[in-house]
Design a protein around this ligand. Structure first.
Ligand code: MRU
Length: 369
C-alpha cells in the first residue's frame, strides 16, 4: 500500500525479506498510527518474538512472517548434515508455530514450505527452496487479496455504510488486505461509501490501524466505540458488515475472528444486515470438525485493565508512548483474544475464488484446494 508521510508517498509491503542480511523486514505496528517505522528481525527467534509481541499481527501477515522466519532459520544452518538440518528445522517450526495459536495461516504457510523443502536433496537445495517458497507464499497472499477485490467490488454500492471490526487491511496481510480489497476496488471505480471502524478494544486495531489505513487511502470513515454498532444498526445507518478471519473451518463454516465479531454477527442478524467474511485461502482449516476445538488465545489482563496511547505532542514532536491504567486498581480481568461465529449468522465467505455460503465451503474443497 502507498504510505504518505510528511508529503512523501512510498509503496510498502507489510512483510518482506532482506535476503543478503537474512532478515525479515516488518512494520512496527505497535507504534501506529503515531509513528511509522520498519524493523528487521535477525534470526528466527527474533522473528517468533515479533509475532508474539505483535510488532506484526493479523493472520495473513503473521503467515508470511512465519514463512520467512522458517526460511530464515533454514538459511542460518551451517553444515551439510541432513539429519541435523531436519532437527533444526523442527525446532524453528515449533518456535514460530507457538508464537500465536489462533490464526491458521502461519501453520498453513510453514506446511507448504516443508512440503516443497522435502523435494530438496541437500541442505543448500532445501535452503534455496525454503526461500523461494516463502517468497511465493507472500506473493500469493497479495494476489489473493487482489482477487478478493474483484470478487467483492460489486457489493460496495454507491452510498453504502459499512461496518468493520479489528484490522483486516493491508497491515494484516502482505499488501492490500482482505476487507479493504473490495473497498479499494470500489474507490477505484469511483464509488463513494462510508466505513465505520469498530475501535476493537482491548488493543484497538480498528481505531489505530484500520482508521490509519483508510485515512492514508482517502476513504470516508469514522471510528465508533464497539458498543455503538447496535444503535447505528437499529437506526438504519449500517448496510453491511465485512470482517476478516484468523481461521475458517472448511468443514463447518465456523469463523474465528477478533473478540467481538460474534456480537456484531448476532446484531447484524437481528437487523437483517448482510454479514461477510473476507479471507485468503491460507485462512482455511480443513482439519478441525468444530469451532470448540479452535485454540483461542488468552491474552494479558493488562490489555483490558488499561490502554496504550501517546501523550500530547510538544513543539510539534510526537508525544511519548504511554500505558495508562483504566480499571479499578485491585480488579483483575479476563481477556480472550478471539471468538467463533457460527455459519448461520454469516451471509457469505468471500474468497479469491468466489463468495460461498459458509456451509458450502466443504463441497468446494477440490476447487478451493
Ligand atoms: O490479534 P490480531 O491483531 O493479530 O488479530 C488478528 C486480526 O487481525 C483480526 O482478527 C482480523 O480481523 C483477522 S483478518 C487478518
Amino acid at each position: 500500500m502507498n504510505v504518505t508521510i510528511r508529503g512523501q508517498t512510498r509503496h510498502y509491503r507489510t512483510v518482506s525479506f532482506d535476503a543478503p542480511e537474512n532478515a525479515v523486514v516488518l512494520i512496527e505496528q505497535r507504534l501506529l498510527p503515531h509513528t511509522f517505522k520498519r524493523v528487521k528481525t535477525r534470526n528466527y527467534r527474533e522473528t517468533a518474538e515479533a509475532i508474539r509481541s505483535m510488532i506484526v499481527r493479523g493472520a495473513g501477515a503473521i503467515g508470511a512472517t512465519a514463512a520467512f522466519g522458517l526460511a530464515q532459520g533454514a538459511r542460518s544452518f551451517r553444515g551439510r548434515n541432513l539429519q541435523r538440518f531436519e532437527t533444526h528445522i523442527a525446532t524453528v517450526y515449533t518456535t514460530l508455530k507457538e508464537s500465536r495459536p489462533t490464526a491458521i495461516d502461519p501453520v498453513n504457510a510453514m506446511n507448504a514450505l516443508l512440503q516443497e523443502m522435502a523435494k530438496g536433496q541437500s541442505v543448500s537445495e532445501k535452503q534455496d527452496i525454503a526461500f523461494a517458497a516463502a517468497t511465493r507464499f507472500a506473493d500469493e497472499n497479495v494476489e489473493h487479496c487482489r482477487h478478493l477485490g474483484d470478487q467483492g467490488v460489486s457489493l460496495i454500492r454507491d452510498g453504502l455504510q459499512i461496518l468493520t471490526h479489528c484490522n483486516a487491511g493491508w497491515l494484516a496481510f502482505v499488501d492490500i488486505g482482505t476487507v479493504t480489497a473490495p473497498l479499494y476496488a470500489a474507490q477505484s471505480a469511483g464509488r463513494a461509501f462510508h466505513v465505520y471502524c469498530d475501535e476493537t478494544r482491548p488493543r484497538c486495531q480498528g481505531a489505530s490501524l484500520t482508521a490509519w489505513e483508510l485515512a492514508q487511502q482517502g476513504i470516508s470513515h469514522q471510528v465508533i466505540a464497539d458498543n455503538a454498532a447496535g444503535f447505528l444498526m437499529s437506526r438504519g445507518e449500517i448496510d453491511m458488515v465485512i470482517v476478516g478471519s484468523d481461521r475458517v473451518l472448511g468443514r463447518t463454516g465456523e469463523v474465528a475472528n477478533k473478540i467481538g465479531t460474534y456480537t456484531k454477527a448476532v446484531l447484524a442478524h437481528r437487523h437483517n444486515i448482510p454479514f461477510y467474511v473476507a479471507i485468503p485461502l491460507s485462512t482455511l482449516d480443513w482439519d478441525l470438525g468444530s469451532g470448540l476445538e479452535i485454540p483461542i488465545e488468552d491474552r494479558s489482563e493488562d490489555e483490558v485493565l488499561g490502554a496504550w496511547g501517546v501523550l500530547p505532542s510538544v513543539k510539534g514532536k510526537i508525544g511519548k508512548r504511554t500505558y495508562v491504567r483504566i480499571a479499578n486498581p485491585s480488579s483483575t480481568a479476563r481477556n480472550p483474544g478471539f471468538d467463533v461465529t457460527p455459519p448461520e449468522l454469516i451471509t457469505g465467505i468471500m474468497t479469491p475464488l468466489g463468495i460461498f455460503k459458509p456451509r458450502d465451503l466443504k463441497k468446494l474443497r477440490g476447487k478451493i484446494g
